[in-house]
Design a protein around this ligand. Structure first.
Ligand code: G1P
Length: 291
């Protein structure tokens, strides 16, 4: 069966990043670097690898560094060119005007609201959502794995990963149905269930492939957990009307919304790099952090 191709991706980047203060007082949290690329660039490259043609950023006040990052930097580029330096390092940051769109989320009303803010640009086609905080390392990338699954089953897909029982209150949690390889049928969804009430320990990780109908559902979605309009609640209302699956990612996820997770991601990427890997490994050994 062939399904409507996935061409657009929404990146909600309006969040305040309070967990990284004071670093994120004047800098968007999505611009925090893992080694030398900002988190948001990894997410954009993951989307490109998955065949996404248009990146839709849902931004807010104080996020203009993200717009600058994906623009042409005229002075920088002409100076580099004048000095005979290659601009290759800037590949994947110099997006063409048609490849990128920005919409403002004027108030921090939640992830569901952020996605809904992009409805006019998304239009009537399926779309992906990527949360840059969830740093996904794998080959192929997480969204590409999900697109491969989408091409088999269509409908809606969310990235799913088992978390420790004492962590379920931090996530959207899945009531799982039948499992077939990497695919798990989604029978129910609940956002940040109170400790001891989660239907499983299969959590929603920040990658989604959604049908446009979710925008209509979000239109009437009331505030849920944390007083915010939750994407999970809107998705839960679609179960039964459309196919819904969790995809187990073949790779490693780092929670870069958390300081320890962010440092782990940096270390994991750094030790694999040809240029700095040996020095970082040597240092990690010296301080007893790796063998
Ligand atoms: C969001 C979603 C949640 C999901 C999580 C994954 O929560 O609302 O369902 O499990 O991302 O990272 P947040 O981390 O923004 O609180």
């Amino acid at each position: 069966m062939s399904f409507k191709p996935l061409r657009k991706a929404v990146f909600p980047v309006g969040g305040l990043g309070t967990r990284f203060l004071p670093a994120t007082k004047a800098m968007p949290k999505e611009m925090l670097p893992v080694v030398d690329r900002p988190l948001i660039q990894y997410a954009v490259e993951e989307a490109m690898e998955a065949g996404i043609e248009q990146m839709i950023f849902v931004t807010g006040r104080g996020k203009s560094a993200i717009e600058d990052h994906f623009d042409i930097a005229f002075e920088l580029e002409s100076t580099m060119t004048g000095r005979g330096k290659s601009l290759d390092i800037l590949d994947a940051t110099r997006l063409q005007p048609g490849q990128i769109a920005y919409v403002r989320q004027q108030e921090p009303l939640g992830l569901g609201h952020a996605v809904w803010c992009a409805r006019h640009i998304v239009g009537d086609e399926p779309f992906a959502v990527l949360l840059a905080d969830d740093f996904m390392l794998g080959t192929p990338g997480c969204l590409k794995q999900m697109v491969q699954a989408y091409n088999q089953v269509g409908g809606n897909l969310i990235c799913a990963q088992e978390v420790d029982d004492d962590q379920t209150d931090k996530y959207g949690v899945i009531t799982p149905g039948a499992r077939d390889g990497a695919l798990t049928e989604v029978r129910g969804l609940v956002e940040k269930p109170k400790a001891g009430t989660a239907p499983s320990n299969l959590a929603v990780i920040g990658r989604y492939v959604l049908q446009p109908e979710v925008m209509r559902v979000l239109e009437t979605q009331e505030a849920g957990a944390g007083g915010e309009i939750q994407l999970t609640d809107a998705m839960a209302r679609m179960i039964g009307d459309q196919p819904f699956h969790g995809v187990t990612f073949d790779g490693v996820r780092y929670d870069c919304g958390d300081k320890a997770g962010f440092l782990q991601a940096n270390l994991a990427v750094a030790v694999e790099r040809e240029d700095i890997g040996p020095a970082v490994r040597a240092f990690a050994r010296e301080i007893g952090a790796c063998s």
